[in-house]
Design a protein around this ligand. Structure first.
Ligand SMILES: Nc1nc2c(ncn2[C@@H]2O[C@H](COP(=O)(O)OP(=O)(O)OP(=O)(O)O)[C@@H](O)[C@H]2O)c(=O)[nH]1
Ligand SMILES: [Zn+2]
Length: 308
């Protein structure tokens, strides 16, 4: 990305959004400078990872427009919609052997990734702990539906962890997310050189004291600025109310495998006769935990839809 790459018709240079704090955003220009920038008007909600067109205004930038997004990871609860990040190539969902993670939250994040058409891998951290076998077992349905599960011990085996992630993250923009306590900060500190300094530059650009942290932060993994890791705060609840209940089955990949066997095109896989999904559940090809999660999410999505 460089200013020289801008089409001749556009007078504005390209920059990348590397931090957002309330209505302020921090952009990184083509030469690597980070500065505060504001959008024009209300229609200016940029998120980390956005490519924007901007121009100088005093010692700040003004965002004139943003480029079409190649991907968008969304999360939504009853109250508000939250975009995590734009233009990401890979999503890592981090869980750990201990404390135990919520399978429902994992399933929701996977559904959001499928909906956003983003490549996704599950990271199982802390495999040095005795709970590893049980955690691995809980992930078996996810392996069966085709998700890669990367097993690591970020703290106790940093070299092994680097061997897993260095080649994987090369040349990509990767977002890592997961519930609190899974080891995300430990991973960011292992993989990101000068993480503090990179955050410091963002805080400095925000001009609001050194403890200001943005909710989602962009880190470069290399000096050439080719590989990036985006960190977001640990979540408790991953809302997916932006998903339509009729689409849920196809976004849950184990359900998705059997949709072609349902007699009715609009089958909800709950009580209809000749339902391919129910047959798969009866055979044990779809695990009871996944059926429970589907029921829970259908209930939520239907309640959300009836309120709108
Ligand atoms: N046994 C073990 N503990 C680990 C490993 N990785 C991280 N931890 C520990 O797990 C705890 C949580 O790690 P953090 O990196 O703070 O977790 P986090 O996901 O960033 O949590 P938040 O900051 O709350 O979002 C810390 O006490 C880490 O030392 C690991 O591979 N094995
Ligand atoms: Zn069905």
């Amino acid at each position: 990305m460089s200013a020289r790459g801008a089409p001749a018709s556009s007078p504005h240079a390209l920059a990348r959004v590397v931090g957002v704090h309330g209505r302020h955003s921090v952009i990184e220009t083509a030469d690597g400078t980070r500065m505060l920038a504001h959008g024009r008007g209300k229609k200016s909600e940029v998120i980390v990872g956005d490519h924007v067109r901007w121009q100088v205004s005093g010692d700040e930038g003004v965002i004139e427009s943003f480029e079409p997004r190649t991907s968008l990871l969304k999360r939504q609860d009853e109250w508000r919609s939250k975009n995590f990040a734009a233009n990401i190539d890979l999503l890592l969902i981090m869980v750990a052997t201990d404390p135990p993670y919520s399978e429902s939250q994992l399933a929701r994040a996977l559904i959001a990734a499928e909906d956003g058409r983003i490549a996704v891998k599950i990271v199982l951290n802390k495999i040095d702990l005795p709970e590893a076998a049980a955690a691995r077992e809980r992930l078996a349905p996810y392996r069966r539906m085709g998700y890669d599960v990367l097993e690591v011990a970020v703290k106790t085996d940093p070299a092994g962890t680097r061997a897993v992630f260095d080649p994987l993250l090369e040349g990509k923009t990767t977002l890592v997310l997961g519930p609190s306590g899974m080891g995300k900060s430990t991973l960011v500190n292992l993989l990101v050189p000068h993480a503090d300094a990179q955050v410091g530059e963002i805080s400095k650009a925000l001009k609001s004291g050194k403890h200001t942290t943005t909710t989602t932060t962009w880190y470069w993994l290399d000096d050439d600025r080719r590989s990036a890791l985006i960190d977001s705060p640990g979540f408790q609840e991953f809302g997916i109310h932006h998903i339509k209940s009729a689409e849920l089955g196809s976004l849950m990949l184990d359900y998705g495998m059997y949709l072609g066997d349902c007699k009715f095109a609009n089958c909800t896989h709950r009580h209809e006769p000749s339902c391919g999904v129910r047959a798969a559940i009866a055979r044990g090809d779809i695990s009871p935990s996944r059926e429970r999660i589907y029921e829970e999410l259908m209930g939520e999505l239907e309640r959300a839809a009836s309120r709108h």
